[in-house]
Design a protein around this ligand. Sequence first.
Ligand code: WQD
Length: 335
Amino acid sequence: MKKILVTGGLGFIGSHTVVELQNAGYKAVIIDNLYNTKMDVLDNIVSITGVQPEYHCIDLRDKKVVQDFFKKNSLDGVIHFAASKAVGESVEKPLLYYENNISTLVYLLQEMKRQKLSNFIFSSSCTVYGQAEELPITENAPVKPAESPYGNTKQIGEEIIKETCNADGLKAIALRYFNPIGAHKSAKIGELPLGIPQNLIPFITQTAAGIRKELSVFGDDYATPDGTAIRDYIHVVDLAKAHITALERLLDNRNKKDFEVFNIGTGKGSSVLEVIDAFEKVSNTKLHYKIVGRREGDITAAYADTALANDELGWKHEKTLEEALLSAWKWQLKQ
Ligand code: WQD
């Protein structure tokens, strides 16, 4: 049974990926420092798959501990999620983001090189495109100067990986996520924002659940049909499955280049008001919201050109926006 390290494996996307790895017959080894999640996610994964992943409470900033881990564990691949991901927080605490998102990547790659381990899947983001000139966005769209330290760490991360592939024979795939939303159909794992949610969907579900008074819609004066910003919302289970497809591309040596990039989205853009409307329908609730000013750093529209992921990677999304929103609502009702 091939052994795959999942860093950040108790996080939102990480935990869903561990479930899909186990479903696909891999042994998942999780490293997570519990900085932005809870230990009971591990039990919830087991309650879904019936399989206990190996878990190590390790902070990847601790270089020595990372070295010891790699000495003791022979692995067949690494899927790297562990990173800080709040855009706003990254503006206030850039050094925390550069330390936690960049130095940990370097330590991981150093140990992979030492152990001659070459299959690496990197969690990247459509944030690297900024506001793309053309929509839908292809992987050839220019990477724009980052609008936040968080976005910069994804751009720098991709560069570090690409150059390591050139120099040291690493094989890597960067998956540029659009907007991950939703939860596993069991409602046992999902998006667990600690504190006030930054992202739209958890704020919507917490408002509908009465935890938040009302949703603030950040701006209705964008150059879009209804004035609110457009994003490509992808079900987190579809996104998790993309990681298994990418991993198997490397394990089976089907990659065309040592470093490859794929956009992972649905190819469909939805505005904030369209998301609210869809949520009200699937949850049969009336959402309280008000229109306020734009949020600093937000772009008008982003949605993926998914041709490369569909035709080259061999992955395509399956679930609709409505299914994703309903799964997020069911997850919220279980909190
Ligand atoms: C979506 C839309 C907001 C909250 C970020 C990161 C990206 C990824 C996902 C980590 C925007 C609007 C939001 C609210 C609102 N993060 N909104 N009221 O900013 O597209 O992407 O999160 O991987 O890398 O960049 O996602 O969910 O914050 O916002 O009106 O209370 O909802 O303005 O148009 P975003 P989001």
